[in-house]
Design a protein around this ligand. Structure first.
Ligand SMILES: Nc1ncnc2c1ncn2[C@@H]1O[C@H](COP(=O)(O)OP(=O)(O)OP(=O)(O)O)[C@@H](O)[C@H]1O
Ligand SMILES: [Mg+2]
Length: 240
């Protein structure tokens, strides 16, 4: 079965004909069409892998989905909110409340403990500090790091650092988690553990889109979206 048959469920992401052209004002030679008309929906509860060769536009698409980059054309709704016309303040609010990010390079604050890093994921929500800390502790328990709350990133393994980053992404219970190559810096065992964790979080209800170039890992996901040259060339949903 191809395409989405989940449209009767609440859509957390609706992309229509997204384009992203880099170097538009410069010479024709410097012009790169990174996204060439991407239309896609993600329903609540999905766990999707985004795959494709290097340079096919995966990171560009994740940045646009995450409101970290503005598309050149097309429209995007996150959890029903049309983000195409929002100003910077409104976009920051969408990022803070609707989206959790996980990156290949973890991007943890090296001077802070695990629990402080995760609590920072709630900084712009108005939740009081004590409650932020309590929720951060819960999130670290969820990712299996309940015994590493006060460790700093330098005192954690790569896989544990990525777990902290995942805890930071899920701590606010955003409707959508975006992860760009979360296992790219990990060995195969740590990668398998992270993928198992993503499956467990999805089982608990979290909607997740993961970029990976590891086709073996991607095969474990219920939906596989394939990109090439800035377009989606295949979109396969496994039978439940
Ligand atoms: N800021 C930018 N300026 C100009 N071109 C860019 C920029 N960012 C990305 N590109 C180009 O857009 C295309 C898509 O890049 P992107 O990073 O999305 O690929 P990717 O699929 O994530 O690749 P990888 O698997 O290597 O991470 C590439 O040709 C890249 O060179
Ligand atoms: Mg990339």
């Amino acid at each position: 079965m191809t395409g989405t048959n989940l449209d009767h469920r609440h859509l957390v992401l609706e992309a229509d004909d997204l384009t992203r052209v880099f170097g538009e004002g410069g010479t024709e030679a410097g012009r790169v069409v990174a996204l060439d008309g991407v239309s896609l929906t993600i329903a609540a509860g999905e766990l999707a892998a985004l795959v494709g060769p290097s340079g096919s536009g995966k990171s560009t698409l994740m940045h646009v989905f995450g409101c970290l980059d503005t598309p050149t054309g097309g429209t995007l709704k996150i959890n029903g909110i049309g983000v195409s016309l929002l100003d910077d303040n409104a976009l920051s609010a969408v990022r803070a409340h609707q989206i959790g990010f996980v990156f290949q390079q973890f991007f943890l604050n090296q001077t802070q403990t695990a629990i402080e890093n995760v609590a920072d994921g709630l900084l712009y929500t108005g939740i009081p500090r004590a409650e932020r800390t309590r929720r951060a502790s819960d999130a670290l328990q969820r990712v299996g790091l309940g015994d590493r709350l006060t460790h700093r990133p330098s005192e954690l393994s790569g896989g544990q650092r990525q777990r902290v980053a995942i805890a930071r992404a899920v701590v606010g219970n955003p409707p959508l988690i975006l992860a760009d190559e979360p296992t790219g810096n990990l060995d195969s065992q740590a990668s398998a553990d992270i993928v198992a964790l993503l499956h467990a979080l999805n089982y608990e209800g979290t909607t997740i889109v993961v970029v990976t170039h590891d086709l073996k890992l991607a095969a474990l996901f219920p939906r596989q979206i394939q990109m090439r040259d800035g377009s989606i060339v295949a979109d396969v949903v496994a039978q439940p």
